[in-house]
Design a protein around this ligand. Structure first.
Ligand SMILES: [Zn+2]
Length: 388
């Protein structure tokens, strides 16, 4: 069963060989979907015959967003903490403990229902691939169940036992690192693709983070790192050294950090929802792009420091406050996210790619930044199936 989506005013393909500019824009475009893949892409006037047709009526189209960084297996609420912070108190990593207590106390069904709710919320905003992590259990049992629940809903699952030192190990962080790299890893590795660590003052130092990433890699997990969010530190350099798929946050970077990201194949993933929600300094996307680094944009959706599931919101922030052009921000939210997940089947619209795309109630993808806060996503296909 083939379906053509026709009369797309401007279509972002992210393949420069298919259209104009780095986004490979096609005007008056059509996309033919066959099964879960894209079978054909080009101008509507040249589209082949199909079983069905959907008229986009001049809407813009683009690949579904690839949100490569979220924390959605959790319970509870941190409204009070946010309210206090917006009333003048600064953010520290310790607030995670509130969510850990609530998550441990929740049933599997509660955690799964919460995850599904936020996945649907993200889908309504055009997200068709979403990575998510453990990190609010911090016991072998609770981390493994978080990953099991996540793996039932996404292929992109990350083991983050090293989110913070579990409260029970506050006096002996090395014993917690031994747990995270030992028994907990054994229980978690079968359910995850990635291993991550929060390398930051107040969480894990460079040596501890390296031990976590190397232990994960020995079990077949690929590293990614929470790096340089709250201050300068070893996280970015470590990420590049261990061949991590991405260094996430990258808010406080030295010239050496920027050079390392520009010369390696570790993606710099920027999470402006966190800076927005903590009133912190913005990451400098312009500096990274000018140096030649690959940049991804993601939501970091979590109940503490960035409770947004909206990729369009992150695009608007990146354009307004981080020095990105609208084209660069859209590329980072689609192909950039795919690169951060080392995927070539998503984040682009080319023959053979997965049929994950969104239509906007707007004539151009630029409206994602031009009309901030407006719900522009009007249709979504995921794996070739109309999902919105
Ligand atoms: Zn995060």
């Amino acid at each position: 069963m083939s379906t053509a989506i026709i009369n797309i005013s401007s279509l972002v393909t992210n393949d420069p060989s298919l259209g104009e500019g780095p986004l490979g824009l096609i005007r008056d475009a059509a996309v033919v979907i066959d099964g879960d893949r894209i079978a054909w892409i080009g101008e509507t006037s040249k589209a082949p015959a199909t079983d069905n047709a959907v008229d986009a009526e001049g809407r813009a189209g683009l690949p579904g967003f690839v949100d490569s960084h979220s924390h959605l297996v959790f319970a509870g609420d941190r409204t009070a903490e946010f309210n206090a912070r917006m009333s003048g108190r600064s953010y520290s990593a310790g607030g995670i403990r509130t969510t850990v207590a609530a998550t441990r106390a929740a049933t599997d069904e509660e955690l799964e229902a919460n995850l599904v709710r936020y996945l649907r919320e993200a889908l309504r905003q055009g997200t068709t691939t979403l990575e998510t992590k453990s990190g609010y259990g911090l016991t072998t049992h609770d981390e493994a169940r978080a990953l099991r629940i996540a793996a039932a809903h996404t292929d992109e699952v990350t083991y983050l036992g090293a989110h913070i030192v579990a409260p029970e190990f506050a006096d002996d962080p090395e014993a917690y690192v031994a747990l995270v790299t030992g028994e907990m890893l054994d229980a978690c590795a079968p359910h995850a693709r990635w291993v991550d660590v929060f390398c930051e003052r107040g969480a894990f130092d460079g040596d501890q983070a390296r031990a976590v990433l190397e232990a994960g890699r020995k079990r077949g997990l690929t590293p990614r790192v929470h790096a340089n969010q709250l201050g300068h530190g070893p996280g970015v350099q470590l990420a590049v050294e261990v061949g991590a798929a991405s260094a996430d946050h990258c808010t406080h970077l030295t010239d050496a950090d920027v050079d390392a990201l520009a010369s390696g194949d570790t993606v710099a993933t920027l999470l402006p929802g966190a800076e927005f929600s903590t009133r912190a300094q913005w990451p400098n996307a312009r500096r990274l792009l000018d140096a030649g680094a690959t940049v991804a944009l993601s939501t970091d959706c979590n109940p503490g420091s960035s409770f947004t599931s909206s990729m369009p919101f992150c695009i608007a922030l990146a354009v307004r406050d981080m020095g990105m052009t609208p084209d660069e921000a859209v590329l980072a939210a689609t192909a950039g996210g795919a690169a951060a997940l080392r995927r070539t089947d998503i984040g682009r619209l080319t023959p053979g790619a997965r049929a994950d795309l969104a239509l906007l109630d707007a004539p151009s993808h630029v409206h994602l930044a031009y009309r901030p806060g407006v719900p522009l996503v009007s249709a979504v296909w995921r794996r070739g199936i109309r999902a919105l």
